[in-house]
Design a protein around this ligand. Sequence first.
Ligand SMILES: NC(=O)c1ccc[n+]([C@@H]2O[C@H](COP(=O)([O-])OP(=O)(O)OC[C@H]3O[C@@H](n4cnc5c(N)ncnc54)[C@H](OP(=O)(O)O)[C@@H]3O)[C@@H](O)[C@H]2O)c1
Length: 307
Amino acid sequence: MSVGFIGAGRMAQALSRGFISKGIVKPQKMMASDQSESILDFMKKQGVSTTNCNIELVERCDLVVMAVKPHLVADVLQEISDFFTTDKMFVSIAAGVPLEVLETNLPEETRVLRAMPNTACLVHAGATVIAPGKFVRNGDASLVQKLFQTVGLCYVGTEDQLDAVTGLSGSGPAYAFATIESLADGGVKMGLPRDMATKLAAQTLFGAAKMVLESGKHPGQLKDEVCSPGGTTITAMHELERGGFRGTIMDAVEASALKAKEMGELEVQKQEERTQEMENEQANEEQKSEEKKMEKVEKKVKMSSPQ
Ligand SMILES: NC(=O)c1ccc[n+]([C@@H]2O[C@H](COP(=O)([O-])OP(=O)(O)OC[C@H]3O[C@@H](n4cnc5c(N)ncnc54)[C@H](OP(=O)(O)O)[C@@H]3O)[C@@H](O)[C@H]2O)c1
């Protein structure tokens, strides 16, 4: 199977590195298209073929990954649509662009999947959920899952879960970065040097995450296990509760998910406007050609009628 990336930026580079390092796709079977030569150089160094032409990539690859910024997706789809065939698969990682928009802009029955990865894919510790479209075949979703598992955890879900996924794991790294920064600030306030405080904070989150993933224990149980009666940790937990810590994090996930939903609805609305515009243009063309036909008929009638 050959895999192509439209857009060879940070995510495409992380994914291609993952595929190669886990031996899932050979570099000779991969291609990347981008407008920038310096970006393509990274891919070339890994043995991936490169091009500036998205159409050439589509023609040469079995699985095409759309990895450009979301606002560029519609234009690229228009460019490649005529060259897409149903034996190929299309995977979009563009945040907030719904399956409906992708499927409408590709030929009927195209096998489309949408993926919501997060930035930690860049260090191969990502969290991704993929949602299959209407026309995927048996085995398509598990194949794409296997690809994303090369850069972290990957679930197969449904599109209606993706807004919540955006709120949790999509935006989540930012909440974790802010937590690390706050822990470090606390350490500095209490006398630690900045560098040591930041590293201790990051390692603490990393270690806690590892314990949740590896022990299979409920995070509440793990928390209880480190809160000794009358001790330092339960005293700190009380402060966190007083500050609405858990409620605030739940509110953040909800706010991000609702924003993602709103953005998805806007994309669908834009798509409807594009479709309406195209229908209007077509109707105008048809009217013009009808008028031309009528003019010709009228001319003929005039010329053939006796003076
Ligand atoms: N990075 C993340 O953490 C993350 C997480 C989840 C989802 N995503 C999604 O992943 C996608 C890619 O993100 P990224 O961070 O990898 O972006 P990026 O680093 O900006 O990469 C996108 C690349 O596409 C190129 N490009 C622009 N127009 C193109 C065209 N018409 N044809 C081919 N290539 C074109 C860009 O070139 P120029 O720079 O010259 O325009 C750039 O090199 C986005 O849709 C984003 O929503 C990213």
